[in-house]
Design a protein around this ligand. Sequence first.
Ligand code: CA
Length: 373
Amino acid sequence: MSIKPLITTLLLGLSITLLGNAGAATSPHKNTKASKAAAHKKKTSKKKTPAVDYEGEFVNFGDWQEVSSYLDEVAARNHWERSELNQLMAQVRFVDSAVQLIKPAPPGKPKNWQAYRQLFIEPVRINAGLKFWNDNRDALERAEAQYGVPAEVIVGIIGVETVYGRNTGRFRVLDALTTLAFAYPETPTRTERMAFFRRELEATLQYARKNKLDPLSLRGSFAGAIGMPQFMPSNVMKYAVDFDGDGQIDLLNSPADAIGSVAAFLVAHGWQRELNGAMVYPATVSPNLAWERMLNQGLVASYAWNELKAAGVSTAEIPAENTKYGLVDLQNGAEPTEYWLANGNFFAVTQYNRSYFYAMSVLELGRAIKQLR
Ligand SMILES: [Ca+2]
């Protein structure tokens, strides 16, 4: 490999880290925009210095009135010593790059599925996925048996999230979450977002205590997402499982824990092992536009095949009839939009990251890797 593609790969890897979703909990739109902003920044900054500052600066968070009241509540709620929280907070730093990355990007190019998919369905990720699948075949088989989620979907998710653990994020989770919980940028949703990150900060402390980890040792994305599957801390608490049976949940170092946790998350978000047939079917739509009302009806499959057909949707292959579907549109910039029928399991994947592009790239990556096995 010559130097140039290597640099491209590294830069791509970085932008993917930033894109790496914040579990199911944060808006993918925000993260996507943030990654675009980061990518844009990278182009304009000098290559020698890292575009992202992961280290931050000390700003006496513990002395901030809002932080202090919050710590009072957290200590009381969890029956923790307030002095321990003080000691911890005295080591937490403000990371401005997290604030910059969470900001919505300025309006950019129109959405383009084909451009997006090229970021993920590419040889480096596919080969890493093949190795991951081979190395973790037993855990993947066990997850499929226990949860009914096929290996290719789990492999697709972990690949899109972090290239199989290569890009799990370099921020200290406590720094990123405290910063976003108390110094969130001025946006229309600032109050809700700060409340969200305060809950995540508390969940991080709970997770660390439960698993006997130093909370300051936890690393993650700029939004605090942790490990190979990029779970937000509250999702770690709710859905992650110890799938290698060592008594600890470790989503960073245990591929088995990551695999089991992804499957458990999907089942908790509507994955059904009984669904047969494909998760998605390519579709065409009639010029009468009666199908338009079926677009963007939430992340659920709510239409019977007959209803879709009556509204002017057709597919080459007849979809399995025992379940419902949603109509998914994938915009391609100036090129024609693609339409797909998607079943409930596709929408379970969108609960991981609330984006059609995301779920479709998971499916395609998993399929591309499966074909090589
Ligand atoms: Ca474990």
